[in-house]
Design a binder for this molecule. Structure first.
Ligand SMILES: [Mg+2]
Length: 265
């Protein structure tokens, strides 16, 4: 463990599924962990690839575990795609959306409304009401030259019954129909973390990325030059984590164990 690296850390970007909870079960005493984070003067942003929920829903879920965070501390890949679009189209405009209310809300907040006329972009995400008509419209627009954006590349989503199709499965179907690779906002693209750093006001070197997936959380953080921590309370195993290149800075059983390391810095 590289304790020296912890001395310069001023903020944390935390993944949620597999780091804070599994399904509805919290991982450790979250209220106590977040109190310690506060005592250590660490700023926190919670960043998830899940595009369907709004920040308010996460604030409420955390409140149920005795953790107080504000909506501006939560970002998801819908907000990431809105952030990308705002940089490219600062005046906003119309976009064609295949997705759910979490995505349309984030786009509206950034000045983009839903319309097939004068479309600036096609934005695709998890859509539990996906149908052929929506896929057809998206395909025709992208084939006519409209830029293609996707929220997050996750192919599957874990449920108690097993893995079900994720946003990546829907985005992938449209990619196959169009022969166009989408611009993706979610991890491992650095967009979501760049957006988080803007909110935190810290540099990559001062910001520790904490996640449970190697191919998204860790890879995304490493691409941006952030130190990374992997918790073993979610998807990746210690064996997989130790093989990962470049090496991960901290491999710990849970977020609580990571926060305890700060005591020794
Ligand atoms: Mg996770």
């Amino acid at each position: 463990m590289n304790l020296l690296k912890l001395s310069g850390i001023k903020s944390l970007i935390l993944d949620m599924d597999g780091v804070l909870w599994r399904e509805s079960a919290p991982i450790g005493d979250l209220s106590h962990i977040f109190q310690k984070i506060k005592q250590l003067n660490l700023k926190v942003v919670l960043a998830t690839n899940n595009a369907t929920r709004t920040p308010r829903q996460y604030v409420e879920k955390l409140a149920g575990f005795g953790v107080e965070v504000t909506e501006d501390q939560v970002i998801n890949s819908s907000m990431g795609v809105a952030y990308l679009l705002s940089k490219r189209f600062p005046d906003g405009g119309s976009v064609y959306v295949v997705g759910e209310s979490g995505l349309t809300q984030a786009l509206e907040d950034a000045g983009f409304h839903q319309s097939e006329e004068n479309c600036l972009a096609v934005v695709v995400s998890m859509d539990r009401n996906i149908n052929f008509e929506k896929m057809k419209k998206a395909t025709l627009l992208i084939r006519s030259g409209v830029p293609f954006y996707g929220t997050n590349p996750d192919r599957t989503y874990p449920t108690p019954r097993g893995l079900i199709p994720g946003a990546g499965a829907i985005i992938g179907a449209i990619e196959i129909a169009t022969d166009v690779a989408p611009i993706i906002a979610g991890k491992p693209s650095p967009t979501l973390y760049e957006f988080a750093l803007e909110r935190l006001g810290t540099t990559p070197q001062e910001t520790l990325i904490v996640g449970d997936r190697l191919e998204t959380d860790v890879t995304g953080g490493q691409r941006l030059g952030c130190p990374t921590a992997l918790v073993l309370s979610g998807i990746a195993t210690r064996e997989q984590a130790e093989k990962h290149q470049p090496a991960i800075d901290f491999i710990v059983p849970t977020l609580g164990d990571l926060v305890n390391l700060f005591n020794d810095r």
